[in-house]
Structure formats: structure tokens, C-alpha cells
Design a protein around this ligand. Structure first.
Ligand SMILES: *Cc1c(COP(=O)(O)O)cnc(C)c1O
Length: 372
């Protein structure tokens, strides 16, 4: 029986261990700290996760999305179809390039973009579809890829939560026109801060390399207008250490999730669905609470079980999206998004959990079943 004075189990547990610290210090001692050999080696290593696609490292996952949209030529006058049930960065990148966000609903069985809803949202102005592999569960790329091809649309994978996830054996980031990953500390692997764009298209990759560095390949021979979104070699060195551990950590996440799946028996707690052919990497282990979610979360917190809602407010209800839509009289019909936002809670699933931690999570969750 968990008690309130038991050691709290955090919802996430980013690793900054001796190896990461040593790697960072080693790079700083070389004096070569900005986009040098460590970044090149990190890109080459990451490429193995995405079937050898071109990899371009940048300073965040948001920058990765922003630059990928720019490199694909998406801008003012274009529409991009985005799920509203995601982190705001997905939609923000679209608005940052001056394009318009068109929200589409999710599939209840995966929390990811519904291909039928995406198809219904296509207009003559649609330039791209942006599925988000939310919580580490791949979106329905088997249906979205032919849909994008049929309509001549770019397909931008927001894989910021889904390092090493796969669908029918193909890794995320290798399906679309390009994919993006985040290396923020709480993600499945990190680089302090950082991001990666993956693409099978050599021209897009070259444009990305220009865009992240002021439009330069040769110093002071600027070819296009670009930004400074470079990754530091310190981040890349940390990222390389983490990349080497990602496989083991992912197996731990999957094993932890499998334990929770079989041991959570509360009738009003719905464990995460996994679609056919999916390799889920459990960035989050997200259940639905049928009942009083606030009370459930309070009880979990009392028992020292970390818990959080990703995301309590769908993007279309956030001020920068809601206010212009209200002015324009635009109303989105997103019932599955609204339902998910009202029901979900994420439980600890990270690789640092012990067997005892997992038992405590299960006990606390199953007690909820009796009380809600
Ligand atoms: C974390 C995240 C991002 C942004 O990544 P940053 O590295 O924090 O900029 C984008 N999309 C999703 C779905 C994310 O979870």
C-alpha cells in the first residue's frame, strides 16, 4: 500500500550522467564547440535510425519543423493540416513560416491524426499534411502516405516524441517528405536542447543546411536568406552518448508499458491502445480516465505517483489560434480531440523505474478503480 511519505516517482527522469558530462567537457576542452565534427558524427549516427536518410541537426525540435517547412517551400497562402491534439510547436511552426493551420481530428485508437479527417480538410490551398507521432505511437502513415501522394502534398512527420518508433518495420522519420525529432531533456533521448530533420531528398537536405546557417555553405558566400539554428558540438556530443543508449532505454520503456498494460485492471482506466503493425516507444504512457480526472490525479499525486496531462488544452483553443478563428467565424469540429484532452493522464514509464516503482504505480491506479 503506497503511503504519502514514500519516495515520489517522477513522471520523467532525464539522464545527465557522468558520460554525458564527460562528453560535454571533452568537447569544450577542444575549443571547437559550434557545428563541427561532433555534429557531423551525431548526424551520421542518427541516420542509422531512419534507414540512412539525410540528417540535419539544429538547435531544437521546433527549429527542425520550422526549417523543414521553409525548405519544402511552404509559406504565405498555403495551408497545412495539423492535429490540434499535440504540443503547440506543431502548429507554431506552420504559423512561423506564414502559412495557415487547418486543424483535423485524431483517431481515438492512436491519439494521432485521422487520415479520413485529414482528407476531408484538403482544399486547393493545402500544401502539406503534418501527422504527429504522439506519445511515441506512429500515426497512420500507411494511409497518410498514399493520401498525400494522391493530392500532391508534402508529408511532414512531427516525430519529436517518437525516436525509433516504427510502423510495419519502417521507422518514423523515413516515411514522409521529411521528419523532425526533438532532443529536449524529457524526450526519449536528449542533447540538452536540440533537434534533427530527416529527409530522403538530397536537395531538401542541402537547403536545410543552408537555412540553419545564414544561407551559407562557403563562409560569406551567402546563397539564400537563412537563420542561425545551428547545434553546438557540446549538444551533439551529449546526443551521441544518449543515442548509444536509446535502444536499451526504448526496450525498458516498452517492457514497463507491457507491465502496466497487464497489471492495470481498474475498469474506469483505459490503457493505451496500439494500432496493428506499430512499434510504440512510449514517450508517454497515457491512459484515459472515465470519471473524475482531477480527483484521480490528486489521488495519484498523494501516493507520490508522478502524473500529467499532455495536453489539457487542444491547440485550437490556445489564444494565438482561438482568437483569430473567432474573429474569422471559423469553428473546428474536433470531438475526439476534445474528448482526449478531457480524459487523458500520463503515468511514469521512463527507463529509470524499478520493479517496485511499477508495482506502486499499478496499486495506486487500481485503487482509483474502486473510488471514481
Ligand atoms: C517537444 C515537441 C516539439 C518541439 O521540440 P523542442 O525541441 O522542444 O523545440 C514539437 N512537437 C512535439 C509533438 C513535441 O513533443
Amino acid at each position: 500500500m503506497p503511503s504519502s511519505d514514500a519516495r515520489p516517482i517522477p513522471a520523467a527522469s532525464p539522464v545527465i550522467g557522468e558520460e554525458e558530462i564527460e562528453a560535454a567537457v571533452r568537447v569544450m576542452r577542444t575549443g571547437r564547440v559550434v557545428q563541427g565534427p561532433e555534429v557531423a558524427a551525431f548526424e551520421a549516427g542518427f541516420s542509422e535510425l531512419v534507414e540512412g536518410a539525410h540528417c540535419v541537426a539544429v538547435n531544437s525540435g521546433t527549429s527542425a519543423l520550422h526549417l523543414l517547412l521553409l525548405a519544402l517551400g511552404i509559406g504565405p497562402g498555403d495551408e497545412v493540416i495539423v492535429p490540434s491534439f499535440s504540443f503547440a510547436a506543431s502548429a507554431n511552426a506552420v504559423r512561423l513560416v506564414g502559412a495557415d493551420v487547418v486543424f483535423a481530428d485524431i483517431e481515438p485508437g492512436s491519439f494521432c491524426l485521422d487520415p479520413a479527417a485529414a482528407e476531408a480538410a484538403i482544399t486547393p490551398r493545402t500544401a502539406a499534411i503534418m501527422p504527429v507521432h504522439l506519445y511515441g505511437h506512429p500515426a497512420a502513415m500507411d494511409r497518410l502516405t498514399p493520401l498525400a501522394a494522391k493530392h500532391g502534398l508534402a508529408l511532414v512527420e512531427d516525430a519529436c516524441q517518437a525516436h525509433a518508433a516504427a510502423l510495419n518495420g519502417t521507422p518514423v522519420g523515413a516515411f514522409g517528405s521529411g521528419g523532425t525529432f526533438s532532443f529536449y531533456p524529457t524526450k526519449n533521448m536528449h542533447a540538452l536542447e536540440g533537434g534533427m530533420v530527416t529527409t530522403g531528398d538530397a536537395e531538401v537536405a542541402r537547403t536545410l543546411r543552408l537555412l540553419r546557417n545564414q544561407g551559407m555553405e562557403q563562409r560569406y558566400a551567402n546563397e539564400i536568406v537563412g537563420a542561425n539554428m545551428r547545434m553546438t558540438d557540446v549538444s551533439a556530443a551529449v546526443g551521441r552518448v544518449q543515442l548509444a543508449k536509446l535502444g536499451g532505454w526504448t526496450e525498458r520503456r516498452r517492457a514497463n508499458a507491457a507491465y502496466l498494460d497487464t497489471h492495470i485492471t481498474a475498469p474506469n482506466v483505459v490503457t493505451p491502445p496500439v494500432a496493428e503493425g506499430v512499434r510504440h516507444v512510449y514517450h508517454q504512457y497515457t491512459v484515459r480516465i472515465r470519471g473524475d480526472r482531477d480527483a484521480a490525479m490528486a489521488r495519484l499525486s498523494e501516493a507520490g505517483i508522478g502524473n500529467a496531462v499532455y495536453y489539457p488544452t487542444p491547440i485550437h483553443r490556445l489564444k494565438p489560434y482561438w482568437e483569430p478563428d473567432q474573429k474569422a467565424g471559423r469553428v473546428w469540429d474536433l470531438p475526439e480531440t476534445e474528448r482526449a484532452a478531457a480524459e487523458v493522464v500520463s503515468l511514469p514509464v521512463h527507463p529509470a523505474l524499478t520493479a517496485e516503482d511499477l508495482e506502486r504505480v499499478v496499486t495506486a491506479v487500481n485503487i482509483l478503480g474502486e473510488k471514481l
